[in-house]
Design a protein around this ligand. Structure first.
Ligand code: NG1
Ligand code: ZN
Length: 545
């Protein structure tokens, strides 16, 4: 008998797992467990058990649980665990999460729980702390109740932060664990998050002027009310930040992520139809949980122009690279950029050849990018879909604060870098923080979106989703850029790519859906489309075998 057997059994009866077809399992993927919300109640309960174990394993440090399905439709939801520094759950533990969630009966659930505690040498009597939040989906209520029951059954102390953006929860986890230490990340409250960002924004701008209005499409998700709240903390007498918040209706679930938001803009490559796009207006979109950001405008001459994660990445790398040089720290700090195979080839060329910074390509999923970015003093990482951030090492942050400036220009650069260290969310990609960063950079450079878009020309590209019988047949290597299996498929892709100029294509199994994704880019739009279709047919054929 373990310490919590009776409580776990009793509460588990209230939150049963929905059995899947024989041979199918729930898996903790790149976004945690993400499914139709009516499958998630039992899962959320069991994630509570796991979060308690994880906190106990880490000496009672606070673990986070976020309930969101990000850019997915309102009927979906998801449950994701956040580690003590605010980063994603350690990879080994994804297996334990999967084991707990797939235990076929309540009794077996207790067994798996106790076995994990024994195998991982966890003292079930030691303290545990779990903090959690959810986005605006109506199903969040029920999932939070189930989660809280899991925490109560395992006697974990818990804090319900109610409705938050995903990055706010990550902030709170790190703030909780660093409270009262020299590495304190900020006040442990939602207000603390707003105060930190607003103060750093003013400091980073250093009196520079922001030009014109910024329209922010909030995907009718949690970002809407949270952005409105943040704006109250930016002092009007110091900063002229004219923001028009749109698509911020969180009361009608059916409009969440519907024909708006960062995912819509990125995948459809057009502006949301509502509100009617206003030519020339500087605009950006957040996704449903406010961790992705895409900028764009509708040009009276050339039509829709998008500035995606690759653009934000190269803009940030260029600005921070220049500041580091002006601060006289070029030889002390290593700056690098981390991308995935979905990064536009033109951005990779721009960063390596024009900015002369190293680029590393990792598999899809921010946990991979985050990890590699930590290897630099300044690691800039973004997925093309707009999810990313910039990480500063302790050495870098120290240098910004401690280095004696030799000139007023050097002091200015050091002050701005120190402000960016506070402005940029160090735990995870944060659309609101990234948006403030972009605004700061544009203000410093006195750039319009058009100036930003002029830095390089994107290669036309196309992303296609392909239904296959079993996506797990498709195994990749080289940061997902080449297929190892099924045998022969990669050769056929190579042959197809050879037919086009400046072309590149790859296929991989999605980590969040049962499908493969094909990406192609080429010198012209029609060639990129044609190549994507060809490769999609190859994948369809191999997927059907
Ligand atoms: P999958 O389904 O593995 O392609 C998608 C996104 C990822 C990441 C995850 C998590 C693309 C092509 N893929 O992953 O970048 O954001 O969802 O949300 O955008
Ligand atoms: Zn998201």
């Amino acid at each position: 008998m373990g310490n919590h057997d009776k409580e776990i059994l009793e509460a588990s009866a209230k939150h049963p797992i929905v059995p899947l077809e024989k041979g199918k399992f729930y898996t903790y993927g790149t976004a945690g467990f993400r499914l139709k919300a009516d499958l998630l109640e039992g899962i959320s309960y069991r994630v509570g058990l796991l979060a308690s174990l994880r906190s106990r394993k880490l000496n009672g440090q606070a673990i986070g649980v976020m309930i969101t399905a990000s850019h997915n439709p309102a009927a979906d939801n998801g449950v994701k665990i956040v580690d003590p520094l605010g980063d994603m759950l350690e990879q080994d533990w994804e297996r334990y999460a999967t084991a707990l969630v797939n235990a076929p009966s309540d009794e077996q659930l207790v067994q798996v729980y106790n076995r994990l505690a024994t195998d991982l040498k966890i003292d079930l009597k030691s303290p545990a702390k779990v903090i959690y939040g959810r986005d605006t989906r109506p199903s969040g209520h029920k999932l939070v109740t189930a989660l809280a029951d899991g925490l109560e059954a395992t006697k974990a102390e818990s804090v319900d932060y109610k409705i938050l953006t995903t990055p706010q929860l990550h902030y709170l986890v790190r703030a909780t664990n660093s409270e009262g230490t020299p590495l304190s990340y900020g006040k442990v409250s939602e207000v603390g998050y707003y105060e930190k960002l607003a103060e750093a924004f003013v400091r980073a701008l250093k009196g520079r002027k922001i030009n014109g209005t910024l329209q922010v499409d909030c995907a009718n998700g949690v970002g809407g009310p949270k952005l409105t709240e943040l704006l109250k903390y930016i002092p009007k007498d110091k900063v002229n930040f004219d923001v028009k918040v749109v698509n911020d209706d969180v009361l009608r679930p059916e409009v969440l992520n519907f024909e708006c938001g960062a995912d819509f803009v990125k995948t459809k490559q057009r502006a949301p139809p509502t509100p009617k796009p206003q030519p020339g207006l500087r605009s950006c979109s957040l996704d449903g949980d406010a961790d992705r950001l895409i900028y764009y405008w509708v040009d009276p001459e050339s039509g829709f122009v998008m500035l995606d994660g690759d653009r934000i990445s190269s803009l940030a790398a260029s600005f921070i690279g220049d500041l580091v040089e002006s601060a006289g720290l070029k030889d002390d700090l290593r700056i690098g950029v981390v991308q995935t195979a979905y990064a536009n080839g033109a951005s990779t060329n721009y960063i390596t050849q024009h900015l002369r910074l190293p680029v590393i390509c990792t598999p899809t999923g921010v946990k991979h990018l985050h990890h590699v970015a930590q290897g630099f003093d300044i690691g800039v990482y973004f997925e093309a879909n707009g999810h990313g951030t910039v990480l500063f090492s302790p050495d870098a942050l120290n240098a910004f604060k401690k280095k004696e400036p030799q000139s007023p220009a050097q002091k200015d650069a050091l002050d701005t870098l120190a402000a960016l260290g506070d402005l940029i969310n160090q735990t995870v990609g944060d659309a609101i923080s990234d948006m403030l960063l972009v605004e700061v950079i544009l203000a410093h450079k006195n750039w319009s979106l058009r100036d930003w878009a002029m830095t390089y020309i994107d290669l036309p590209n196309r992303l296609v989703r392909v239904e296959v019988g079993n996506k797990d047949l498709f195994q990749t290597t080289d940061a997902e850029r080449r297929l190892l299996h099924p045998e022969g498929a990669q050769d056929e892709i190579d042959q197809a790519v050879k037919k086009y100029k400046d072309a590149r294509a790859f296929a991989r199994a999605s980590g969040t859906e049962n499908a493969c994704r094909v990406y192609a880019e080429a010198a012209t739009r029609s060639e990129a489309n044609e190549l994507a279709e060809r490769v999609a047919r190859i994948i369809e054929r191999y997927g059907a075998l």
